[in-house]
Design a protein around this ligand. Sequence first.
Ligand code: PXL
Length: 272
Amino acid sequence: MYNKILTIQDISCVGQCSLTVALPILSAARNEVVILPSALLSTHTMGFKNFTCLDLTNEMEKIINHRKEEHIKFDALYTGYLGNDGQVEAAIKTLPLLKDNAIKIIDPAMADFGVLYPAFDSDYVEKIKKLCLIGDVILPNITEACFLTGTKYQEKHDENYIMSLLKSLRNIGFKKIVLKGANITNNKIRMYIYDKDITYYEHEKIEKTFHGTGDVFASSFVAKYLETNDLYESTKFAGDFTLKAIKETLDDPNHWYGVKFEKCLSLLNEGK
Ligand code: PXL
């Protein structure tokens, strides 16, 4: 399988997130990766002080129009962190660049631990909801699922809470859903998968949190999903890939800003 993927996210030059994660992971899985950068930041925004940010919303429009003129077409769309309403609108404008059967995977990267990231507000939630409705697969964490459905966030939750969250997402019209970060059992983290039915994959939980793991998960998920078209297999692969990247980082206290996913890249081209 060799897919031409359009991915839309920012370039955080330092911090192992967004495009600096998506590009190597999807390329290692033997895909052609075409980027549409939404912003250029000196670092990511979580923990670095005085980072710089150049908003590329206007440039995005020009890039999209040029690709239209050149008739460049994509097998898949994968969107991650987008910095404002205009960038989400621009992402929606890329739809004419997709082939008819293109797969659209949307990570509504906007919130965690019960709160929106600092850049976002309720208008942004409505915009990203519109983008998610266009997606074939969405990859929210629990907090993002709460914002998308208007559900109260519960740090401690049981399976009933997760089931009702999944059903609310489906009622809104989202198609295939991978809900990340459920804490139902001790020492395990679960990813719920809503395809035709609801299943889950779980693995060991690491108590320390790391930045950029959502992007590592999403990128490795996209790599596997484009190859297998199987939601469970792709979730399992991405969960294990992300866990391995975290484990590769745990013994290095100076590496607080991301995970060492580079050490796991060989997993993406096994058998290729
Ligand atoms: O990993 C998500 C992400 C991507 N890009 C930027 C971010 C974040 C998370 O906060 O700040 C700029």
